[in-house]
Design a protein around this ligand. Sequence first.
Ligand SMILES: Nc1ncnc2c1ncn2[C@@H]1O[C@H](COP(=O)(O)OP(=O)(O)OP(=O)(O)O)[C@@H](O)[C@H]1O
Length: 362
Amino acid sequence: MLEVKQVSKLYENQRGVHNIDFSMQRGEIVGFLGPNGAGKTTTMRMITGYLNPTHGQIQVDGLSMADHPKKARRKIGYLPETPPLYPEMTVQSYLNFIANLRDVPVRDQKKRISDVIGKLGLDGRERQVIRGLSKGYKQRLGLAQAIVHEPDLLILDEPTSGLDPKQIIEIRQLIHELGEKHTVLLSTHILPEINAICNRVLIINQGRVVLDEQPENLGRTMGETFEVSLEVKGPREQVIEQLYGIATVASVKVQDGEGTAEKTAEANSEAMNDNAIYAERDVANDGVNHAASSEIKGSVDGTSESVRLLVTSVEHTDIREALFYRMAQAGYPILEMKRESLSLEDIFLKLTTDEPEVDADA
Ligand SMILES: Nc1ncnc2c1ncn2[C@@H]1O[C@H](COP(=O)(O)OP(=O)(O)OP(=O)(O)O)[C@@H](O)[C@H]1O
């Protein structure tokens, strides 16, 4: 649907974006993230044909933006950061005007406009003057003008910026619905928005794409390990040794009042050798709850009988079931188990807070 090939933009010798290269398939909703000045708006303006790239090529559904700008633009709906509205017009007259501007056939205009009014919840406001609309309704109208000519590709520049929380939820829902029929590229500063509506995320920093991934694969791409935080009722040392008895456990860190300490790989192999002994001990205890034993050492204030641990697996293995069965077998109840993963915020900061690059070919 969209091909952005090695696109660069130079503003009076200052680099806007450098070698941006990505494509979008029909039906994708892609979130475009980046800190202020990263190059999101510049990229979007080039895709929509409002700005010419200094180098590179843009194709929309196989049409080159440089060679066939009019035809290519007809396939795109664009909502800039500030919706291009005429405050003196009414909702209806503005949409009539836009439909004409976008070459919607006159015989189709009435139905098309009534459809977008319905779709964007603008019913009953057709005669209202735009100046009097709330910011949320202006944004709805901005989306309506972007889709009135039924484009295949929607480019939305920070569509929820400046809206209140209720309006944000409504506009997100609308974008989600629009995504069923259109391919969508949306820029945002709101990271949860990506998880809420996008099936792919592009992160841009200092004019370059630094990440292109599906949200569910972000952790793996960033070299994230599979970590589980665990609260177990039982004597700390025995619990740790039991954990190291699981072949797929790579490390165990204690996270209690005495600080975070990591048990090493040697502990792992020792524990694995001792595995049989622990198994025997379990059988001997025959259901006796270890947590009730006098060996239990309290944590922070001596009143708790539980231990908090961070357990990492080898090769990204999901160890949650193994942890459950091992602790159950050993008679140490798991009070809490939670998979730890990098948030989009963590990843964004990791990728965008490096030292500024010195561009060799600048
Ligand atoms: N018309 C212009 N003339 C000169 N430099 C510009 C122009 N427009 C953008 N730039 C520069 O290009 C770079 C990218 O800007 P751009 O507006 O595309 O970033 P952005 O990611 O959209 O930022 P924001 O999130 O703040 O809107 C910045 O360094 C900016 O100063």
